[in-house]
Design a protein around this ligand. Structure first.
Ligand code: ZN
Ligand code: ZN
Length: 360
């Protein structure tokens, strides 16, 4: 892995030269991890456009950093912004980029207080995030394992579903199974919604019972080796009626159309359009209230976003979700979600679970 971290920092250096920055100060933990391997929560990395990167952290992480990190480590007792600026000054770096979407205002002010004559802080958002879009083989394998764990946990948890069971109990069961199967944690708060509540795309599970002859939505993902995964499946406690079957068919067709659209060189927005067009044909366009998908990696939501008019071109190695949905207030909602990796000629679905409406 040391070699891979080195390559990542090298690609970042090229991006810094292109943005005319002398260095980038990285403060967001996922990007810190991406560039150095550091898994702790408190660190800043200074990557000069020419020269060696330095990770600064506090004494709590001294041992961990020595084990994790593939670049120079400096353990400091002073606040990190102050320490990072004194390294930059020593190295005679002047145009210093910072992650404007990640750095807190307090840390920005602390950096600014240390500026010296001729040095400047330049907002630079998304530089590392763009590099992170295309996954290496090692990263794809981590996401694949994470997805397998989540799908297996889903299968085992669903065997315990009974009418009357609470949403929050099923969510806890799923989380427990994920941990038991090797996940470090759930990738986000597991979503379990019953009956009409399935119309709330991102509600929190609560003390609501699963009801016979009603829909059940489960949206879950694991984190393994730091990498997230994401899937949504629908179940029905009984025999679904015509309206549910029609809604399910529409969303499944929309998902299939979007999956077929994914491939290298394709605009992210075109994948969203493919799903939206199918739902439009069913008169459900207004019921589809979110984007078709998002990148998945060290974070559960990362670039690229598969939304309307998104201009990012997909490339082999990108990992994204494909998750159209339709939500009808007072009736219920349906979402079907897979995590997929873009390949040289289309995509490979990483979610090993049937997409049929699961009868219970
Ligand atoms: Zn999801
Ligand atoms: Zn998702």
């Amino acid at each position: 892995m040391t070699e891979e971290y080195k390559q990542r920092r090298e690609r970042l250096r090229e991006a810094l030269v292109a943005s005319k920055l002398d260095a980038l100060i990285i403060s967001g933990p996922p990007s810190v991890r991406y560039l150095t391997g550091f898994t702790g929560s408190n660190a800043m990395v200074l990557v000069p456009a020419g020269g060696e990167a330095v990770l600064l952290t506090d004494p709590r992480y001294e041992i961990q950093a020595a084990q994790d990190v593939s670049c120079r480590v400096s353990v400091v007792k002073t606040p990190l912004p102050k320490a990072v600026m004194s390294v930059a000054r020593r190295k005679r770096l002047h145009r210093l980029g910072f992650e404007s979407g990640r750095l807190t205002f307090a840390d920005y002010e602390a950096l600014r207080e240390c500026l010296w004559l001729g040095a400047s802080l330049e907002p630079a958002a998304g530089i590392v995030e763009k590099l992170r879009m295309v996954k290496s083989a090692v990263e794809v394998e981590a996401i694949r394992r994470s997805m397998q764990t989540a799908a297996e946990a889903y299968k085992q948890a669903m065997r315990r579903v009974r009418a009357g069971m609470l949403e929050s109990d099923l969510a806890a069961e799923l989380d427990h199974q994920m941990r038991r199967l090797g996940a470090e944690k759930p990738a986000f708060e597991t979503i379990v919604l019953a009956g009409e509540r399935t119309a709330l795309p991102h509600a929190r599970p609560g003390p609501y019972p699963l009801i016979a002859n009603r829909l059940l939505l489960v949206d879950a993902g694991a984190v393994q080796s730091g990498y997230a995964s994401d899937m949504t499946r629908m179940a029905f406690l009984g025999t679904p009626g015509r309206r549910v079957r029609r809604l399910y068919k529409a969303v499944l067709e929309a998902q299939q159309a979007a999956l077929s659209a994914v491939g290298p060189g394709i605009l992210a927005g075109a994948v969203d359009q493919a799903a939206r067009q199918v739902l439009r044909n069913y008169g459900l366009e207004q019921a589809f209230v979110h984007a078709t998908g998002h990148g998945v990696g060290l974070e559960i939501h990362e670039m690229p976003r598969l939304g309307k008019r998104e201009k990012t071109r997909l490339a082999a190695g990108m990992v994204v979700t494909v998750e159209p949905g339709a939500y009808i207030e007072g009736f219920g909602g349906i979402r079907i979600e897979d995590t997929v990796v873009v390949t040289s000629n289309g995509c490979e679905v990483l979610t090993p679970a049937s997409r049929e409406l699961l009868p219970l």
